[in-house]
Design a protein around this ligand. Structure first.
Ligand SMILES: Cc1cc2nc3c(=O)[nH]c(=O)nc-3n(C[C@H](O)[C@H](O)[C@H](O)COP(=O)(O)OP(=O)(O)OC[C@H]3O[C@@H](n4cnc5c(N)ncnc54)[C@H](O)[C@@H]3O)c2cc1C
Length: 404
């Protein structure tokens, strides 16, 4: 016979702690334990947001918020009506943690330290008598007729209700598969594109405010800021593509072509403007008369890539050169040859199949009294605080469902 608890939560990460605290707070008569394999929990919270923890995003309309989830968009709409950004802010505020909004909508603790979130969780867990058992790696899950038996590295446990909040952990996915769940195979999401190209080789750090980018031979398209890096391209325009295209780009083995429209105009209207510049700026060298609000260093590279040399003036340019320049500005093709991790923020697409989770309760549709929260489900988001919001929402709804 293992040690008996009313509720066991496997995984002491973001979703695990949030679920445990809310269950214990709402149900002081239940015994609640977290089994965490690490010697500490909340390790991802600690390193998240560059050590500041981007807790959520200042988007308060559920139908807008869901647009940030390449997997989970449809399923999270209902749950966000129950618990979303405003509730997250209030939850933390009620427990003494104030959050602030940055210009781009990301929300952080006022202290600018993820430790504030960790301290809050640890003290709330203690206050509500959540037993946090570290160094307890779960090895097997047995779903019996009326309860669960769990084997950990430090002995057996039994519980009436089980919450799995183990993030993107392949071993737990395998255990879930063994007890009847379908696991969508994991692939990386949120990555930057590796590009070796003369046009961007010498200009790392250049930012373009708003571009449009397409992956050729697919329907993938996105827009937003672009950052040229030492190894290729990054920033929201690229990260959104990597998240929404996670499965498709994996199939292409991260070898594909993208077409960048640096100025978000079509080829013809750009060409017309270049012809006007030819008349208006006839005596100026083309390289030195940056247009379209582009960074000077990028403009220069695109001009040179259009067979226009450094000394050529607008008056000297011919039709072919202007067409080439218009093409570089509006339809520049780059070969992507691989991917790199974005600020170590590896997020994984994949996990428990969305069809097998009841999103009103976050309970398994296959196994009664089994619940999921966080990244263990096939839900993931673009960068900006949305991944944590998914963890808080799922975990909160689990706590409410267990109440019933
Ligand atoms: C570097 C980095 C920065 C990030 N920054 C942000 C950010 O600022 N904002 C944002 O929204 N998202 C961010 N993310 C994503 C975010 O961290 C995750 O989406 C979130 O942590 C998922 O929460 P979770 O509880 O589902 O999983 P996790 O937080 O990964 O927790 C899972 C827990 O389960 C435990 N576990 C696993 N297997 C077992 C087992 N067999 N037995 C017992 N315990 C087990 C793990 O040790 C872990 O503690 C970041 C991710 C990374 C890697």
């Amino acid at each position: 016979m293992g040690k008996r608890k009313d509720i066991i939560i496997i995984g002491g990460g973001a979703a695990g702690f949030f679920a445990a605290i809310n269950i214990a707070e709402q149900h002081p008569n239940l015994s609640v334990a977290i089994l965490e394999r690490g010697k500490e929990g909340l390790q991802k919270v600690k390193i998240s947001g560059g050590g500041r923890c981007n807790v959520t995003h200042a988007e308060f309309i559920p139908s807008e918020l869901v647009l940030n989830y390449p997997r989970g968009e449809k399923e999270l709409l209902g749950p966000f009506h129950t618990f979303m950004t405003g509730d997250t802010i209030a939850w933390f505020e009620e427990r003494g943690v104030e959050l602030k909004i940055e210009d781009d909508g990301r929300m952080f603790p006022m202290s600018n330290s993820s430790q504030t979130i960790i301290d809050c969780f640890l003290s709330e867990a203690k206050k509500h008598h959540v037993e946090v058992l570290y160094n307890h790696s779960v090895k097997s899950i047995d779903a019996r007729e009326n309860d669960f038996s769990i084997e950990s590295s430090q002995g057996e446990f039994e519980c009436n209700k089980l919450v799995v909040a183990t993030g993107s952990n392949p071993k737990i996915w395998k255990l879930l598969e063994d007890i009847g769940h379908t696991i969508v195979q994991p692939v990386p999401s949120l990555f930057t594109f590796d590009i070796k190209d003369k046009r961007i080789k010498d200009i790392p750090g250049v930012v373009v405010k708003n571009i449009e980018v397409k992956v050729l031979s697919t329907n993938l398209v996105s827009e937003g800021p672009l950052l040229i890096t030492h190894v290729g391209m990054s920033a929201p325009a690229i990260l959104k593509l990597s998240a929404f295209g996670a499965v498709e780009l994996a199939k292409l083995n991260y070898n594909f072509k993208i077409e960048v429209n640096f100025i978000k105009q079509d080829f013809e209207s750009c060409l017309d403007q270049l012809k006007d510049f030819k008349l208006g700026f006839a005596k100026k060298t083309i390289v030195n008369s940056t247009q379209f609000d582009l960074p000077k260093r990028l403009w220069k590279q695109l001009v040179l890539a259009s067979n226009i040399n450094e000394t050529e003036r607008w008056a000297d340019s011919n039709k072919q050169q202007l067409e080439d320049l218009s093409r570089q500005l509006t339809e520049a093709v780059f070969q992507v040859t691989g991917k790199s991790t974005f600020k170590e923020e590896f997020v994984t697409a994949g996990g428990v199949h969305l069809k097998e989770v009841n999103f009103k309760t976050f309970e398994s549709k296959r196994i009664p009294n089994l619940y999921f929260a966080g990244e263990v489900i096939n839900v993931d988001a673009v960068t900006g605080g949305f991944n944590f919001q998914n963890a808080w929402t799922g975990a909160y709804i689990v706590s409410q469902s267990i109440n019933r």
